[in-house]
Design a binder for this molecule. Structure first.
Ligand code: IPE
Ligand code: IPE
Ligand code: MG
Length: 245
């Protein structure tokens, strides 16, 4: 799949990816799961750079879910260490490519070191303009929605807002993703066909793309394939095909 086949006039404004299959990739090679996570970071770098290069404005990567805390302690600890080392190693990639780092999720649940490193890179890249890279860390969509509901209920209760003020825009403003547009294209690797508590509100009208490719094997050409596939779909948003033309 060649980059030239992509129509630059019809790029998704926001791509979100459920990066799945690291464990199975490692297992197929007779290695420990963590070997898969390590190799997954190489795909992250390639996909981030390729996205920025072709002009994607928002890329959101599901890196660790609220449910992933239930994994064996050794795996969780190693994933957190990998997060710290990747942030350190990739700061220059973000700077060189004019990419702003952003994070969504219950960030204070992260180990102190990872949390601090994350905030530091966010701070250092805050004025970058080409693309916003959002990492979903300790992220759960139901928790995000629950928080928004609580904030809104409290504002209504304290007369800071009336019930009639609550519309889609206001709800959006109370989500972790308040400064991001809706997802246009959601990709999940590894052949699983589920959402796993990711961006439930934000994918209301996203195009879904599932591929068998395991995350450590997912490279530039796979991303371009997904975008080309997206560009061949008709997004009707409830209208008829005739209305669109
Ligand atoms: C995705 O790969 C990475 C994380 C969820 C952190 P997995 O670790 O889920 O790999 P599989 O699905 O077990 O193969
Ligand atoms: C979803 O993958 C979470 C991330 C990719 C970070 P999982 O591998 O945790 O999802 P399930 O549990 O198989 O649905
Ligand atoms: Mg998985």
């Amino acid at each position: 799949m060649n980059e030239k086949l992509i129509n630059k006039e019809n790029l998704p404004k926001h791509i979100a990816i459920i990066m799945d299959g690291n464990g199975r990739w490692a297992k197929s090679k007779g290695k420990l799961r963590i070997f898969g996570h390590e190799n997954g970071t190489k795909s992250v770098r390639e996909v981030v750079e390729a996205s920025a290069e072709i002009g994607i404005e928002n890329l959101t990567l599901y890196a660790f879910s609220t449910e992933n805390w239930k994994r064996p302690k050794l795996e969780v600890d190693t994933l957190m260490k990998l997060l710290v080392s990747s942030l350190r190693k990739e700061l220059h990639t973000l700077v060189d490519n004019d990419i702003r780092l952003n994070a969504i999720g219950k960030l204070d649940a992260l180990p102190e070191k990872a949390h601090q490193e994350l905030l530091e890179v966010i701070q250092k890249t805050r004025n970058n303009k080409r693309m916003t890279l959002t990492l979903a860390l300790s992220y759960g969509s139901r928790e995000e929605i629950k928080n928004a509901v609580k904030q809104l209920a409290s504002k209504v209760k304290n007369n800071l807002m009336s019930l009639d003020d609550i519309d889609d825009t206001v709800i959006n403003k109370h989500l972790y993703t308040h400064d991001l547009p809706d997802v246009d294209l959601l990709i999940r690797t590894s052949g699983e066909h589920r959402i796993s508590n990711f961006l439930l509100w934000q994918i209301a009208y996203a195009e879904l793309y599932f591929t068998e490719v395991l995350w450590p094997d997912f490279k530039k050409e796979h991303l371009f394939q997904a975008i080309e596939n997206y560009q061949n779909r008709e997004r009707r948003f409830g209208k008829t095909s005739e209305q669109l033309n």
